[in-house]
Ligand binder design. Structure first.
Ligand SMILES: [Zn+2]
Length: 234
């Protein structure tokens, strides 16, 4: 085992980690998520317009039903009016009929307003509908591009995993166990290059004396950085 090979294993593992981290941030993947978001926004807006239309339709139906009730009541009062003789009674009936007419006119106004609102909502929905095909097509194309980018990245990862397996085969089990636990403890980076006095893992300098001592050791002896604890390759 030479430390250089261990550094090679580290670089390969780091490359795999980076590819995995970058996968959800690939521009094509981000663009696809944004295009899906556009479609979802369109669907929410369409649902809101349909809900508004359903509410207005319910208002119109309610106005019509109320109008029917009033019309029946008025017909009954008009029938009574033909049979009463006492002027006071006739006056009371006429007053009641006048009140019903006012109610009816208010209902008609409300119904007209609801019908206006309904036709505006229908127009909005039609205009909104014109955007649908374009948005869905853009999302489909973006999803295709994202799939291509993802599979290129996956192929890269698969190739790197093969290279990593080949590298790991060079080491004995205790070395790998130590490497793996160091990687877990040090945020994925177990092995760092000693560059002059500097540990490339933590970017801190060791003392001149420490480095001189390290240099006197056999090249395959494991040395840990006194600052971060990573394995140093010199
Ligand atoms: Zn260090």
């Amino acid at each position: 085992m030479t430390p250089d090979r261990l550094l090679e294993l580290q670089l390969t593992d780091t490359h795999i980690d980076q590819l995995r981290t970058r996968m959800p941030k690939l521009p094509e993947v981000v663009a696809s998520a944004a295009a899906d978001g556009e479609v979802a926004g369109w669907e929410r807006e369409a649902a809101a317009l349909r809900a508004r239309m359903a509410g207005l339709e319910a208002d119109i139906t309610a106005s019509e039903q109320a109008n029917e009730v009033i019309a029946k009541k008025r017909a009954r009062l008009e029938q009574q009016l033909k049979t009463v003789i006492a002027p006071r009674e006739a006056e009371a009936l006429m007053h009641e009929i006048a009140l019903l007419n006012v109610q009816r006119s208010e209902l008609d106004d409300a119904e007209l307003e609801a019908m206006d609102g309904l036709s505006r909502a229908e127009e909005s929905l039609a205009a909104h509908g014109e955007r649908e095909a374009g948005l869905r097509e853009a999302a489909r194309v973006a999803a295709d591009h994202a799939a291509v980018a993802r599979s290129a990245s996956e192929a890269d990862i698969a190739a790197s995993l093969l290279a990593r397996d080949a590298l790991r085969a060079e080491f004995d089990a205790p070395t790998l166990a130590r490497y793996d636990s160091m990687r877990t403890a040090h945020n994925g980076v177990a092995v760092a290059k000693l560059n002059g006095l500097r540990c490339e893992g933590c970017h801190l300098d060791l003392s001149r004396g420490e480095v001189d001592n390290i240099k006197r050791l056999p090249v395959d002896e494991w040395v840990e950085c006194s600052n971060c604890g990573r394995l140093l390759v010199r």
